[in-house]
Design a protein around this ligand. Structure first.
Ligand code: PMP
Length: 417
């Protein structure tokens, strides 16, 4: 019996017992892999496990009753528009509100510059789709957001990591990498960066480094993708000016309502130079026709009727308290590890004591009813096992303390092995 095609269904050559269509996939589909930790996360979602793994925002603080009223009123007054197809670029009123949001980070944009997307995840996909050919290089921080690495892999990009430190991406290291890639004759298309409250590293690109990074990217002809879902969630001071605030031609700015309002609406945006914006709209129309009118109109209605700035302020306070709970618990229970103290956002990036492997340790941590994301998820080459990412956004301070206590005892046991 042909072992490859034994499911009883005829399939293209190269199929397997489990997937008769294996041989038919496009090359890029072979780069799409479920993370090896996905199965463990099913377990991690059990109530007895303290999950410090996911990046889910805490939504109980939202004014749910008034949001429900707003949606009801919207359907009653503009029902057919809410339920109808809309513009491929996005609803104009929402784009006007987005211009107000990004003004808080010094961006002077026009509603025409904005393309509304289905979360910033779709924006990442569109950007890669219009810029990345197989084998092109995308330069990204080491570590980088796992969801962006997945997008780049699916377009068969080669990711080159550049280190970051407590002040974010290191300009000298960026320059050295771009210089080396130029010498090697490799085509660098994008610099992908999360400048504020980095996922997973928690750090922020300093004000001094921002113009340097832009100048280097400009000199090497590399388009900067500024992915900024956490920029308004800082715990002290005003937000730093976005990279896009001082470079309109060389930066694609990605924003999102997921962390400052609600990810369930799936609304994000890109601010792009004129010609790029046109391509993004075409690419988006070919994948989704248009973003959801229901979501876009609901967000506009919320912004018009609720104190959204006050809501962001209360999210900041909530997350600061959780950040404090986590760093205090780390000091108490994980004295031999090191970590940064993030000044905003959702994540603490922990370096384990020498010799420990975050990926190998994860099943034992889940057995001890605590979950995290091993550092290996955030490197294209699978390195990073000496780190792990902890999120403090969703669990209460009490659960955070208990989770870190459990993790400290797992690490203690691991060292005794
Ligand atoms: N970029 C970064 C850095 C993120 O952390 C996330 C969500 N975790 C996203 C993009 C995607 O967010 P969304 O699609 O919900 O806007």
């Amino acid at each position: 019996m042909d072992d490859k095609l034994s499911t009883g269904r005829p399939g293209p050559t190269g199929g397997t017992r489990l997937d008769p269509w294996f041989g038919a996939y496009a090359q890029r589909a072979h780069g799409m892999r479920a993370s090896e930790i996905r199965a463990l996360f099913a377990v991690a979602n059990r109530p007895e496990v303290v999950s410090l793994a996911g990046g889910m925002p805490y939504l109980d603080g939202l004014p749910l009753d008034s949001i429900a009223d707003t949606i009801q009123r919207l359907v009653a007054t503009r029902g057919t528009t809410v339920l109808q197809y809309g513009s491929g670029q996005g609803d104009e009123t929402l784009r006007e509100h987005i211009v107000d949001v990004v003004a808080m980070e010094g961006i002077d944009a026009h509603p025409d510059d904005v393309v509304v997307t289905t979360g910033s995840q779709q924006a990442l996909d569109l950007v890669a789709r219009i810029f990345v050919d197989p084998g092109d290089v995308v330069v990204a921080e080491a570590p980088s957001y796992v969801g962006a690495l997945g997008v780049f892999r699916s377009y068969q990009a080669e990711v080159e990591h550049v280190p970051l430190d407590a002040d974010g991406l290191v300009p000298e290291a960026l320059e050295a990498t771009l210089e080396r890639l130029a010498r090697e004759g490799r085509r660098v298309k994008l610099l992908y960066t999360v400048p504020n409250f980095h996922n997973p590293a928690g750090v922020t690109l300093s004000a001094e480094r921002r113009p340097k990074i832009l100048e280097i990217a400009r000199r090497y002809g590399v388009l900067v993708v500024e992915d900024n879902p956490y920029g308004l969630l800082g715990f002290s001071g005003d937000p730093l000016p976005a990279l896009r605030a001082s470079d309109e031609e060389g930066v694609l700015y990605l924003g999102s309502f997921s962390k400052t309002f609600a990810p369930g609406y799936r609304v994000g945006w890109v601010i792009a130079p004129h010609a790029v914006r046109e391509k993004l709209v075409l690419a988006s129309e070919s994948s989704i026709l248009c973003p959801s009118n229901a979501s876009q109109l609901a967000i506009s209605a919320y912004m018009e009727s609720a104190d959204w700035r006050g809501q962001i302020k209360s999210f900041r306070e909530l997350y600061r308290e959780r950040r404090d709970a986590m760093t205090t618990a780390l000091t108490e229970h994980m004295p031999d590890s090191s970590w940064n103290t993030p000044d905003g956002g959702f994540y603490v990036w922990v370096k384990l004591p020498p010799g420990l492997d975050a990926r190998a340790m994860l099943p034992r941590a889940v057995t001890s009813r605590v979950a995290y994301v091993p550092g290996t998820a955030f490197f294209a080459d699978g390195t990073g096992a000496d780190h792990l990412r902890l999120s403090y956004c969703f669990p209460t301070p009490e659960r955070i303390r208990e989770g870190v206590r459990r993790l400290g005892s797992v690490i203690g046991d691991e060292r005794d092995l």
